[in-house]
Design a protein around this ligand. Structure first.
Ligand code: FE2
Ligand code: FE2
Length: 275
């Protein structure tokens, strides 16, 4: 049966993960695939993976992760910030892959019709621990405990002054688009980060949560009628429920993370119809 499927955090810089991606196939040629970010740090790898997947699935929808947005010294593309994002959007569009800048497609298969909204809203250091009252305090605490996300070195906010400033712009623009949907239309929201803070409560290092989302999206699953929220980034694949809405963390993760698990890596999560 036709299904809406999802995965994230393919991290194909790892050879074993690349091989998993080579084996990703739809159960049915009419299946859609949601890819919730962190495909790779290299633009050419992102292009390779999305090209392969877009030839297999009827439609591929992509939301950027922080790793795609890094300006990695080893990448041939050295664009930063907004310019890099615009370039990635162009690469996806050339492959027919839906990005957060495109009209939201409607899934009309089993469990539909549902509007599929890929989002790019970043984070703004508001998922702080109680010990930190401000962004600066939260960052100082993270540095002191040696829990610093590589984003601080490789993710550039240009032309914005900071990632939180960029996040505010992305949130406002995304909110405007979601609010323009016909009232009551059901959605599937696809974002690299969880839209609510709760899934980050299980992080082994709670100081890391500042790089994992924004308080500004805390009610979006309710306001915008989400049938499901699809995200990754935490590398803690699971299903949780928030205010009665299903949240699916669909990450593959690094080989050292998936190797010890009993479930085979690279299984696609079924979003619709509800399994
Ligand atoms: Fe990741
Ligand atoms: Fe990530």
């Amino acid at each position: 049966m036709t299904a809406l499927l999802a995965i994230s955090d393919l991290h194909i810089g790892y050879e074993e993960n690349r091989r998993i991606v080579e084996d990703l196939r739809p159960g049915d040629p009419s299946d859609w695939l949601l890819v919730a970010g962190d495909v790779s740090e290299q633009v050419a790898d992102l292009e390779w993976a999305l090209s392969l997947l877009s030839h297999r699935f009827a439609k591929v929808v992509w939301a950027p992760g922080n790793h795609e947005m890094w300006t990695h010294p080893a990448d041939a593309v050295q664009l930063r910030g907004e310019e890099r994002y615009r370039h990635l959007v162009k690469v996806c569009r050339a492959l027919g892959v839906v990005t957060p800048e495109d009209p939201y497609p409607t899934w009309t298969g089993p469990g539909g019709p549902v509007v599929i909204a890929p989002l790019f809203v970043l984070y703004d250091y508001t998922f702080r621990t109680p010990q930190a009252a401000t962004k600066d305090e939260a960052l100082a605490l993270a540095y002191a405990r040696d829990v610093v996300c590589t984003d601080e070195i490789l993710l550039h906010p240009e032309p914005y002054a900071s990632l939180d400033a960029w996040c505010a712009v992305r949130v406002a623009e995304t909110e405007r688009r979601l609010a323009a949907l016909p009232p009551g239309v059901p959605t599937v929201l696809v974002n690299h980060y969880p839209l609510v803070r709760e899934p980050t409560r299980v992080l082994r290092r709670p100081e890391f949560a500042i790089w994992c989302g924004t308080e500004r999206t805390a009610d979006w699953h309710l306001r915008f009628n989400a049938r499901a929220v699809v995200y990754g980034h935490l590398h803690i694949p699971r299903t949780t429920w928030h205010d009665g809405v299903r949240f699916e963390e669909v990450s593959l993760g690094y080989p050292r993370e998936w190797r010890p698990r009993s479930t085979p890596p690279g299984r696609l999560r079924q979003i619709l119809p509800v399994p």
